[in-house]
Design a protein. Structure first.
Length: 149
């Protein structure tokens, strides 16, 4: 049986919880998980999040791709603000290393963390255009490390 600290379900659940609480609830940014669906035409900026495979080991590696998307944003002002907001969510200036620690929960028990994902890196890709709806997007690959059993 897989230890709770190494379960994909716990990594994904905890990351969704973090993103919803910090970006959707606080910043009111629309989130779409694991699908290229676009929100309705009234939404002009959103995040599309894809979770990547886990490299399980004593210290496991986990990453996700966050696509920042803006619509009708001719000079990329909204896209730049959205990108800064996402990357800022994974920085913690109160830590000496500046890295955000994200609590990982055992999905059945959501009250006590079983560990923490340590933000390792945030890598930005180029700005790309989607001609069909005049959207622009940028991929940010965010990687994490966590001690697992």
């Amino acid at each position: 049986m897989l230890d709770p600290t190494a379960k994909r379900a716990n990594f994904v659940f905890s990351m969704k919880k973090f993103l919803i609480e910090n970006l959707y609830d606080v910043k009111h940014i629309q989130l779409v998980f694991d699908s290229f669906l676009t929100p309705d035409d009234t939404i002009t900026r959103w995040l599309f999040i894809m979770f990547n495979p886990i490299d399980r080991d004593t210290v496991s590696n986990f990453s996700m791709d966050v696509f920042c998307v803006s619509r009708e944003d001719f000079e990329s002002d909204d896209l730049n603000d959205l990108t800064d907001t996402v990357i800022g969510s994974f920085v913690d200036s109160t830590q000496l290393d500046g890295r955000k620690r994200i609590p990982v929960y055992d999905k059945p028990n959501q009250t006590v963390p079983i560990g923490y994902l340590l933000t390792n890196d945030c890598l930005e890709g180029p700005v790309m255009l989607a001609d069909q709806d005049k959207s622009k997007y940028m991929r940010i690959t965010i990687s994490f490390k966590m001690v697992t059993n």
